[in-house]
Design a binder for this molecule. Structure first.
Ligand code: ZN
Length: 109
């Protein structure tokens, strides 16, 4: 999502998520300010732990605490584009090595 108010409109605290003070760009490390690109969520590992069932969810998660909290990353829009290009270049390299673009479970191990 794009942070901050829409151009020419007053901030709406119910809709607009401001870039927090001191946020650094995930890609270049320099300070970010509105509008920046924000992604939030759990890592795949954290989601997998949640799939273990009610023991993890109800017993371990309250003890482990912070690993179950959503994390945010912020990017300058141009840095987000640069990161995407480099990620896709790496995927293309992987596709060239594997031979086709289909991802098999064994490719992920
Ligand atoms: Zn940046």
């Amino acid at each position: 999502m794009l942070t901050g108010p829409r151009r020419g409109e007053p901030p709406d605290p119910d809709v607009d998520w401001p870039t927090p003070e001191g946020a650094a760009c995930f890609y270049c490390g320099k300070a970010c300010r509105d509008p920046s690109i924000m992604w939030a969520g759990l890592t795949g590992e954290e989601v997998a732990q949640d799939d273990l069932g009610p023991v993890v969810r109800d017993v371990l998660a309250p003890r482990l605490g912070p690993i179950y909290e959503s994390r945010e990353i912020y990017l300058h829009p141009r840095c987000a584009r640069s990161l995407c290009i480099r990620l896709l270049r790496d995927v293309w390299e992987w596709e060239c090595r594997v031979g086709d673009g289909d991802i098999e479970e064994s490719d992920l191990l």
